[in-house]
Each structure stands twice: as C-alpha cells, then as structure tokens.
Design a protein around this ligand. Structure first.
Ligand code: ARG
Length: 462
C-alpha cells in the first residue's frame, strides 16, 4: 500500500519502486517506529485531536503489530516502501479507519528523524557499555602486570624500559576518552524531532514536550527545519566510532607484532586464532587482523555519510535515506569488534620473561645512565655525550651497558662507581620513574585506582 497515490495518474515503475524502497534495511527500525507512533497517538488523544476510542484502537493495534513482529508471526511485506508505510498499512488493515488518523500532524520526515534517533541512542548506549567492559578488563590486566618490565618504543626502536601495566593503561585512557565522546554526543542528540512535520511544523495544537518526555528525551528540538534536516548526531557517532576503531586497530597491530616469532611477547590463546589450510605450523592472529581491517570500513561509513550530506539544501532530501546503511554498519561493526576483542584481551598470555629480557637489551637504560651522572653533578648534555660513547663501545663488544666492566665506566668519567650497576638495572629504571602518570609502582597504583573510581561512577546501579 502506498501512502501517496492521489496526485498520480500512472503506476510507479517496478525499477523505481525497488530503487526507492528502504524497507530492506529500515525494517530494523520497527520497534522505534512503533514506540514513536504510540507516543504520538497518546499525545493526539490527550490534546483532543483524536477521541479516546480512536486512541485506544490505535494503541491496541500498534501493540499487536509489534508483538506479531517480535514473535515472527508477521513478516515484512516487500510491497511496502519503508518501515513507516509498512506499520501504518498493518495498523489500518487491523483496526480500519482509526489507523488512517495516526499520521495526523506528522510527516515521514519527522517520523524517520525520530526513529533513527531512538535507534541510535539505544545502540550508542550499548556500545558505550561494551567500551566500559573493555576498560574493566584492561584495568584488571594492568594490575596483574604493574611490575612486568618491557621495553617502551619510539620509532619502533627500543627507547626506555616501562611496564606492561603502563602500556595497557595507555589504551585504557584512550578508551576512556572514547566513552567520553559517546557520552557527550548522547547528551547533545537527546532532543525529540517529532512535531516538526514535513519541515514547517503543523497547524494542530501538538504537545511536543509531552511526546519528548514520554520518549525519554530532554526536550523537543528547537527548530522544525533543522529537526528534519539534521544528521549531524549520526556524523558525531560515526566520528567517535572511527576514533574508537582507530584505537582498537593500533592495539591489534601491536598484538599481531607481539605475537610474531620475532617478538614473542604474547601468546594468543587458540580460541582466538586460526590455522592455515596448507602450512601446518601456522597459528594466525585473525581476530586482531580482522578488527584492524574493519576499521577501514567504519572510516568508509563516516566518509559516505559526510559526502552524502555535504551539498544538500534544507530540508529533507531523499539522499538522506542513505544515512541508514552506513550508520547501521558502523554500529554493528564497532559492537562486534568490541565484543570479541575484549574476550581476547581477557585471555592473552603475556610472556613476562621474554619482555623483561628484551627490555634489558637495546640500551633502554642509556637515559638512566646519563641521569646517574647528572645526579652526581655533570650537566645533562655532557652526560649524554659520555654515555653515547660508552654505548658505542658496548655495541663494538656485543654487550649491554650493565655488562661493561667498572674500569671502562671509570675511564669515561670519574663520577662512576660500583653503584652504577644498580642504578641502570631495568627494575630500578622503572621503579624510579615516579612522575605522576609514570610506570613506578606507586604511580601505577594511582592510575589503577583512578580508573576504578571512574568505572564505579560510570556503571549505573543495577
Ligand atoms: N525512507 C525514508 C528515509 O529513510 C523515510 C522518509 C521519507 N520521506 C519522504 N519525504 N520521502 O529517509
């Protein structure tokens, strides 16, 4: 059934119908569409635009359609153009003329704006909860590895010794900001567009605030034209999800590197790896690679919607129907990635011995050796030069700084003494990095406590 046949004399071409239809993908909005219609009908009844009897019939009819869809006894009928036409046709088939009154004071333009907001709000909250789960797991793993020494890298070259706890904590902070971005956009988008009509409001005395309140919005949107034209809340979500995916992807890249035979820092449990059809020895980090790959897809979703919107005159244009597939795809992809990634991180086994050994090679303690001289009175720039020469000597002999005999240290500067060995052991290097936010045990304990306190605040009471 069509919602608009009156002014036409010829039939729609089948190609046009199929090309124009959105039911194949917007059927996912059925719950939100019915929820919005229930709120609209209730308000129409309360304001006297519909009689109580009509309101009742509409309500019962909509609930029956919802139940049948949930139960699977009602199928989406491909002759409907979109989810809005489908629900209205079902309603009218069930309750007759009262069903035709549901659309009073409403347009599909404000209806779809509402449905998409309701759907996005629900999914964004779910995704946010998944990010919180990940941070919770990371916090546990940080605590387990607060004292696991590993090399920190810059330029993918060993730089200074850190702990695995600090490394995991870096990601925890990134995901915490991702949560913040989701919270921010959830607040900003929580306004109800219903009542904007096609673009210019309506002539009926609608109570927009009542509908907004019924549907859990903070208030109605302020401008009718903006209400039906705006998709920037979706763009904010896709941006936030792109950044979140970028963080996941970097983490995955490191897990892939660390799982290689060259690093051997981590063992991915069999449950999260796959084999090769030809090479019997292989165990591949497919989960991490797929998350890294799917990141590109979410960026693509953001780009398609940005591009679809960039030249549109106000208000509604059919181009905007193209918001749904990328938005759904990005939400589904991010949620799927978060679920499996968190499960994998919970089970990763880190090879503490390999990490520690790796930290001890590659002169990660050279800065600390220079600091040793500085603490004994040498200006830092001079100390940098002295240690640089000693590193060169060690490279020539194939040894590390702490394997260099004391006489070689003393020949380079009289300030060196027996205590240099303790000062440049990787354990000391880490323990002395006491700056707020650093890897020393007390500094890490504060980071963990701070994350826990934040998680407690963010987790709604059961
Ligand atoms: N399926 C349409 C969409 O998703 C619903 C709005 C239709 N409005 C219109 N004026 N044709 O955008």
């Amino acid at each position: 059934m069509k919602l608009w046949g009156g002014r036409f004399t010829e039939e729609t071409a089948q190609e046009t119908f199929v090309f124009n239809a959105s039911l194949p993908f917007d059927r996912r909005l059925y719950r939100e569409d019915i929820e919005g219609s229930l709120a609209h009908a209730q308000m129409l009844t309360e304001t006297g635009i519909l009689t109580p009897a009509e309101g009742d019939r509409i309500r019962t009819g909509l609930i029956a359609v919802l139940e049948d869809l949930e139960r699977g006894t009602l199928e989406f009928d491909e002759t409907a153009e979109d989810i809005h036409s489908f629900v209205e046709a079902q309603l009218t088939a069930r309750i007759g003329d009262a069903g035709k009154k549901l659309h009073t004071g409403r347009s599909r333009n404000d209806q779809v704006a509402l449905d998409m907001r309701l759907f996005t709000r629900r999914r964004a909250r779910e995704i946010r909860a998944l990010v919180l789960d990940l941070i919770r797991v990371l916090t546990e793993r940080m605590e387990q590895h607060a004292n696991t020494v590993m090399p920190g890298f810059t330029h993918l070259q060993k730089a200074q010794p850190i702990t695995l706890g600090l490394h995991l904590g870096a990601y925890a902070q990134m995901f915490r900001r991702d949560c913040g971005r989701l919270s921010d956009l959830l607040v900003r988008m929580n306004e109800c567009p219903l009542g904007a009509g096609a673009l210019a409001g309506t002539t009926y005395p609608l109570d927009r605030s009542a509908v907004a309140q019924t549907l859990g919005f903070d208030r109605p949107t302020a401008n009718s034209l903006d209400s039906v034209s705006d998709r920037d809340y979706l763009l904010e979500l896709l941006s936030a999800l792109s950044i979140l995916m970028m963080h996941l992807s970097r983490f995955c890249e490191e897990i892939i590197l660390w799982n290689s035979d060259e690093y051997r820092f981590v063992e991915i449990p069999d449950a999260f790896a796959t084999g090769s059809s030809i090479m019997p020895q292989k165990k591949n980090p497919d989960v991490a690679e797929l998350v890294r790959g799917k990141t590109g897809r979410v960026y693509g979703d953001l780009m398609s919607l940005l591009t679809a919107m960039k030249g549109l005159p106000l208000a509604y244009n059919k181009d905007m129907q193209e918001d749904k597939e990328p938005a759904f795809d990005a939400m589904d992809t991010a949620a799927a990635c978060l679920g499996v990634f968190t499960a994998m991180v919970r089970e990763l086994s880190f090879r503490e011995d390999v990490m520690e050994k790796s930290a001890a090679r590659g002169f990660t303690n050279a800065t600390d050796a220079a600091d040793y001289l500085v603490k004994k009175g040498m200006p830092f720039r001079d100390a940098h030069g002295v240690i640089g020469h000693l590193v060169l000597t060690c490279i020539g002999r194939g040894i590390s700084l702490d394997e260099l005999p004391l006489e070689d240290f003393k020949a380079a500067s009289e300030l060196f003494d027996e205590d240099v060995y303790d000062a440049i052991s990787v354990k000391t290097c880490v323990a002395q990095r006491i700056t707020e936010g650093g890897p020393a045990p007390e500094a890490m304990a504060r980071q963990i406590e701070d994350l826990r306190a934040w998680l407690r605040e963010e987790t709604p009471e059961e």
